[in-house]
Structures are given as structure tokens and as C-alpha cells.
Design a protein around this ligand. Structure first.
Ligand SMILES: NC(=O)c1ccc[n+]([C@@H]2O[C@H](COP(=O)([O-])OP(=O)(O)OC[C@H]3O[C@@H](n4cnc5c(N)ncnc54)[C@H](OP(=O)(O)O)[C@@H]3O)[C@@H](O)[C@H]2O)c1
Length: 282
């Protein structure tokens, strides 16, 4: 028989398994490491984890959520799955959900992400939304790594400042929200300490890594053409255009104090990230 919700809510969050979607990704694997360092039970979940989880295969969902108490939710690519998955997770005993969203997701109609936020808000259990700016780690672990290695970063950001944030800080905030009280019903907008343009960021990576890397400003349509010429599917190129043009539009520009409010210390800066990441560009 299902235990009354009040009884479930009274149980300590540390007793059950922390479920980490995207558990091999930029933020998820850092969330996994931090939870393990704290000695807490954790289950990384992705298509390649020991217990596999695939958004496209509902047969994997039940075993993935079994015994779960808190959930780090990296949104699926579609608008429907998050609601169905969250209902399943809550029925299985999940009582706290931390969603990795994105700053400006509503403004730019990233419907799958907005839908995942809504699924958590409507779940009936504790939820926290994280809305980060661009990650520093895009330069070392994602779409800007190959351009860095090729010596030319091409973007349509208008050379405007973006208060990019360290994925380490996102993970630390996520673990705090997963394991500690005081974050339920809150949305944390996660930024680094200051706005930094992609041209300046590129120059810092170049200087610290000893590589010759230029920055080239292009229009949105030119950026899409550039990505498609590099082999990106057109729809993925269009998403990247939107997220980088958002910087030029100035809608996700201001630094917030949310990382410091949650962690009690200032966010990591880009320079320290680059010093830690030199092996990525060796
Ligand atoms: N990059 C940025 O600057 C930025 C900024 C703000 C917000 N965000 C948001 O961050 C999210 C991405 O999170 P992240 O950067 O931590 O992850 P990530 O590095 O993009 O990695 C994606 C993760 O999802 C897993 N995955 C991929 N397809 C899957 C599927 N069909 N079923 C289950 N798991 C799957 C991958 O593992 P497998 O391949 O093993 O399945 C991996 O663990 C996106 O929603 C994005 O909008 C990113």
C-alpha cells in the first residue's frame, strides 16, 4: 500500500538514492562525484550507465527510479516525456526534484525545458529550478572545444558580455538543493562573477593554453551556415544560433548573486576554470 505523502516527506533525504539524469554529462557527472564524496547513495542515469536510462525507451524508466528519493532532472529533448517521467518517479517515492533548466528558456521557447520545469512545479513534491547562463565548459567539453583546437572561434554573440558560469558551481548548487533544506519552490539563476564576452574568453583560453586562437564575429544566418558546413544538422545549428544570439540581444546579461547566496562564497571565475582545464586543449 502507498505510504501517506506526509510520512514520506518526513523521511531524511539522505536515506534514499539520489537519481542523477545526464549522469555522464557536463553537470550530471559532477553532481554524481560530489554526492559520492559526501558518502551519499547515488545512481547516475544515462543511456550508457550501469542501470541504463533512455528517454526514448520507457521500459528503462521504472528500474531507473526504483528506490529514488531525490532527482536531478536534465530535461529530455521532447515536451511530453518529463511530465510522464516525473509522475512515475513521484509514484516510486521521489520527494525532491532539482531541474537543470537554462536562463531565458521561456523567452526563447525552449519548450522541452520549460515543460520539464512545469512538470517539477506540478509534481506535488519539493522542486528547485536551476537556470544557468552558458557554461564555461562549452570551451573544453562541448561545442566550442573543436573551434579552440582548430584555432578559430566563430560566433554571433555581438561580442557582448555573458556572465558564463562554471559547471562545477552548477553541480555544487544542485547537490545543495538535492540534499539540504531551504531550496524548495525556489528558482536559482546561476551566473559567474562577471559578464565576459566570448572574444575575451577566447583570448584568455589562447593566452593560458599557448594556442593561437582567433575570434570571428558573424551574423546569425552566417553562423548557421558555418555549423552546417561543419556537419551539424540544421535543427541543431538553429538551436545554437538562438542560444548564442541571446547574448547579443542582451536578455541574459546581468550577473546574479544566486551562486553566492546558495554556496556562501563567490562563483568561480573564468580564469581559474581555464587554468584547471589546460589538459583539455593539450
Ligand atoms: N551548455 C550550456 O552552456 C548550457 C547552458 C544552460 C543550460 N544548459 C542545459 O543543460 C542541459 C544539458 O546538461 P549537461 O550539459 O549537464 O549535459 P550534457 O553534457 O549535454 O550531456 C547530456 C547527458 O544526457 C545524456 N543523454 C543524452 N541523450 C539521452 C537520452 N536519450 N536518454 C537519457 N540520457 C541521455 C548523456 O549521456 P548518454 O550519451 O550516455 O546517454 C549525457 O549524460 C540542456 O538541457 C541544456 O539546455 C546548457
Amino acid at each position: 500500500m502507498e505510504r501517506p505523502r506526509a510520512a514520506r516527506l518526513a523521511e531524511p533525504m539522505t536515506a534514499s538514492v539520489n537519481l542523477v539524469l545526464g549522469g555522464t554529462g557536463k553537470t550530471g557527472r559532477r553532481v554524481v562525484s560530489r554526492l559520492r564524496e559526501l558518502g551519499l547513495p547515488v545512481r547516475p542515469l544515462s543511456r550508457s550507465t550501469e542501470i541504463p536510462f533512455d528517454w526514448a525507451d520507457r521500459g528503462t524508466w521504472g528500474p531507473a527510479v526504483e528506490g529514488g528519493g531525490a532527482l536531478y532532472l536534465v530535461p529530455p529533448p521532447d515536451v511530453d516525456s518529463a511530465h510522464e517521467f516525473v509522475q512515475l518517479a513521484v509514484a516510486a517515492g521521489v520527494r525532491r526534484i532539482v531541474v537543470l533548466s537554462a536562463r531565458g528558456a521561456d523567452l526563447y521557447h525552449f519548450d522541452a525545458i520549460v515543460s520539464a520545469e512545469r512538470a517539477a512545479r506540478e509534481s506535488g513534491v519539493e522542486w528547485t529550478i536551476l537556470q544557468p547562463n552558458h557554461f564555461f565548459q562549452n570551451f573544453s567539453e562541448d561545442v566550442l572545444r573543436d573551434p579552440v583546437l582548430a584555432g578559430e572561434v566563430v560566433l554571433p554573440t555581438g561580442d557582448h558580455p555573458d556572465p558564463m558560469v562554471d559547471a562545477e558551481d552548477i553541480a555544487e548548487v544542485a547537490v545543495t538543493a538535492l540534499t539540504q533544506e531551504g531550496h524548495a519552490g525556489r528558482t536559482h539563476v546561476l551566473t559567474g562573477p562577471r559578464g565576459i564576452s566570448f572574444a575575451e574568453a577566447t583570448a584568455i583560453v589562447a593566452e593560458q593554453s599557448g594556442r593561437a586562437i582567433s575570434y570571428k564575429e558573424v551574423s546569425g544566418p552566417e553562423y548557421v551556415d558555418h555549423l552546417v558546413a561543419q556537419g551539424f544538422p540544421a535543427d541543431a545549428a538553429e538551436v545554437l544560433r538562438i542560444v548564442f544570439e541571446a547574448v547579443r540581444e542582451g536578455t541574459i546579461t546581468g550577473a546574479t548573486g544566486d551562486v553566492e547566496r546558495v554556496l556562501g562564497r563567490p562563483p568561480r571565475d573564468f580564469e581559474s576554470y581555464v587554468r584547471r582545464s589546460l589538459d583539455s586543449w593539450a
